[in-house]
Structure formats: structure tokens, C-alpha cells
Design a protein around this ligand. Structure first.
Ligand code: MD6
Ligand code: FE
Length: 206
């Protein structure tokens, strides 16, 4: 597809990192698609099951959205407002098709927005049913320091700066690696007029 350049990925503990996979014009078009998604399903500020506010704001597209509140982490069929999630924009699905090597289509595209102070604590993505299906993440906007650990908590970690247009595929033996975002370099990208970072993660849920 126009605007998608699949080069040989970097290997980060089995994660495949495609630097610069999404060309700048396609990045801007995807940001416009996301504005429509956010109009239908506004960003909200989740809390962890223990009641701590998360620093990212989030929403989703697809058959399921990922939600976190006092009731736990889970996938749900509706936005906290009660409306169904909007469809995953085709330009985002095209990225999944280019790199996932999966037979199935994603059922959720989680959209995380990071302002200058947001971070994402180290975690595993394990709320899905089928760990043979990969998770594909797309970085847009400001640079972020991504940290990857092991399949159990603790041990040595490795870090890599993710930039706008980079795509990470977490599949196979890397599917359950701990990972997180330590910090975002505010204003390092000009994609978003008011700076910040968007991370999209596409997942097969069922
Ligand atoms: C982020 N990414 O880049 C956080 N999860 O903002 C993730 O949590 C993530 O990059 C699953 C697969 C790839 C990821
Ligand atoms: Fe994750």
C-alpha cells in the first residue's frame, strides 16, 4: 500500500521493529482518521483496578475496546458512554496486513494518547484469548523510550527510542514479553500541532 515501506526489521528480543514503516503523509492521514474515531468515542482517563489514575488517555476502535476501571482490566463491546466503538480505519488495518503475518484481522485497535508527562508502566498484554496472534503497535508523534524485559517480571531490560511511523510486532515467543514506555520527548515530532504521542495497538481479542 501507498505510504507503507516494509524494510528488514530490527530484532528486539524477538519483537520485530520496523523503523519508519509509515510514511509521513500516511501518518497525517491516519491522524485525521483518528480525529473521527475520537469524535465518536472520546478519549477517557482510565484508572487501574486499584484505583490509581493512568497517565495516558485512551479510547478504542473495533468490535472490542480495552477498558480499565475498579472492575479490572477487560475488553468490552462499548465505550464508557455506552456507545459501540467505531470501526478500525482501513488505513490502520493496512498496517496490520503488511506486517502481522496473521490469518485473522484485529478485533481491537487501542488508542493511547501520551502528553508530555505520560508514561506506561511495564506490563504484559495478556487480556486476549489467543496468544498465537500477534499485537501490532504503531507510534505516531513524539519520540518515546520503549523498554522491553522478559516473560517474567524483573531481570535485564533493553530500551529503544520509538519514533513517529515506527511499527512494533510482538508475536511468537515475544508475545508475552514485559514492556513499557519510560518517557516521551515532548515536542520532538511535528506531526501533532500541540505535540504529544499516539500509540495504536491492534489485537485479536477472541
Ligand atoms: C506504547 N506499547 O508504545 C506502548 N503493547 O505506547 C505497548 O504497550 C505495546 O508497543 C503490545 C505490543 C506492542 C506495544
Ligand atoms: Fe502493551
Amino acid at each position: 500500500m501507498d505510504g507503507i515501506q516494509v524494510n528488514t526489521p530490527l530484532d528486539l528480543r524477538g519483537m520485530r521493529v520496523f523503523k519508519g514503516l509509515v510514511a509521513p503523509t500516511l501518518q497525517s492521514e491516519i491522524v485525521e482518521d483518528l480525529r473521527d474515531v475520537i469524535r465518536a468515542a472520546p478519549l477517557f482517563s482510565p484508572v487501574t483496578p486499584s484505583g490509581k489514575p493512568m497517565s495516558v488517555r485512551m479510547t478504542s476502535a473495533g468490535r472490542f475496546g480495552w477498558v480499565s476501571d475498579r472492575g479490572g482490566y477487560r475488553y468490552g463491546a462499548v465505550h464508557p458512554s455506552g456507545t459501540p466503538w467505531p470501526l478500525i480505519p482501513p488505513r490502520i488495518l493496512a498496517i496490520w496486513d503488511a506486517v502481522s503475518q496473521a490469518a485473522r484481522q484485529p478485533e481491537c485497535c487501542l488508542i493511547n494518547f501520551y502528553d508530555e508527562h505520560a508514561r506506561m508502566g511495564i506490563h504484559q498484554d495478556r487480556d486476549e484469548r489467543d496468544f498465537s496472534q500477534p499485537v501490532v503497535s504503531v507510534s505516531l508523534g513524539d519520540d518515546a523510550l520503549f523498554r522491553v524485559g522478559n516473560t517474567v517480571r524483573g531481570g535485564k531490560t533493553e530500551s529503544l527510542w520509538l519514533q513517529s511511523g515506527d511499527v512494533v510486532v510482538m508475536g511468537g515467543d515475544a508475545r508475552l514479553l514485559y514492556h513499557g514506555i519510560d518517557r516521551v520527548k515532548h515536542g520532538s515530532s511535528r506531526l501533532l500541532a500541540n505535540a504529544g504521542r499516539i500509540n495504536l495497538t491492534m489485537r485479536v481479542v477472541t
